[in-house]
Design a protein around this ligand. Structure first.
Ligand code: SAM
Length: 233
């Protein structure tokens, strides 16, 4: 296993060590984009006995699932030891018995077991070999389970270029072009974008839309640029 995340992104270990509230908000998109939709998935397909979140950050989803489903064994994985330590401390302090945190650096993921549901969200953007990562993540899904994926597509890449080309017109207040470019270099270079077809080619199964069983939320641009899909196994 390598020690660091990809060179062409930020140092995530340092990021979480130094992150203020704004940094944390900017790096926890699952807060508003995943929690509710995952609840809908579990309502539609059943609550999993085991659940993994790979690239879990501060465990927004891992703690949410562990809270709502005390019978589900939850493991959050991340490359950054700093955030894993913080999560383990929280789990200990708050008395969680069904959540653990382990280190992995995608594209490698070899947990030595399978899970009913494996999620990765807001993380593949930082992984150059995302097709290899997809295969490792899918290998960790138990038969009958699902891989749930958030990824950035070509439309997302174009949007990121627009933000940098004309920040006054497109970017939110406080946008830091240098920091953005450093963090999303792999997306800007087209090295970590994915498509339905690439996912199908990597996994041999077409991804499926959440909108099959739940209503598409507002934030239309978000879902066009950064789709959330599930791949049954
Ligand atoms: C933008 S944050 C998303 C966190 C969380 N999934 C969410 O949406 O709230 C990306 C996370 O991926 C982790 N990460 C970055 N590169 C990684 C890699 N190669 N393998 C595993 N985790 C990685 C970072 O440490 C960070 O916690």
């Amino acid at each position: 296993m390598t020690d660091a995340t990809h060179d062409a992104t930020i140092d995530w270990n340092e990021f979480w060590h130094e992150a203020d509230d704004d940094d944390r908000d900017s790096a926890t998109p699952s807060t508003h984009h995943v929690r509710g939709l995952l609840d809908d998935l579990f309502d539609a397909k059943g609550v999993p006995d085991s659940f993994a979140d790979v690239g879990c950050g501060p465990g927004i989803v891992a703690f949410h699932v562990a809270d709502r489903h005390p019978e589900t064994a939850v493991v959050g994985y991340d490359a950054a030891e700093t955030i894993l330590d913080e999560n383990r401390e929280r789990a200990r302090d708050e008395g969680y018995e069904n959540v653990d945190f382990e280190r992995t650096v995608l594209p490698e993921f070899d947990p030595g077991r399978q899970f009913d549901v494996v999620l990765t969200f807001g993380t593949l953007a930082y992984v150059a070999d995302s097709e290899r990562a997809l295969q490792a993540l899918y290998d960790a899904v138990a038969p009958g389970g699902s891989l749930v994926l958030g990824y950035i597509n070509r439309g997302g890449r174009a949007h990121y270029h627009r933000l940098l080309d004309d920040p006054d017109e497109h970017a939110p207040e406080g946008f830091d072009p240098g920091r953005f470019e450093e963090r999303f270099k792999l997306v800007l270079d087209g090295e970590s974008t994915l498509s339905y077809r690439q996912i199908r080619d990597a996994l041999g199964t077409w991804p499926r839309s959440f909108w099959e069983f739940t209503e598409r939320p507002e934030q239309r641009w978000a879902w066009d640029h950064a789709p959330l899909v599930w791949v049954p196994k």
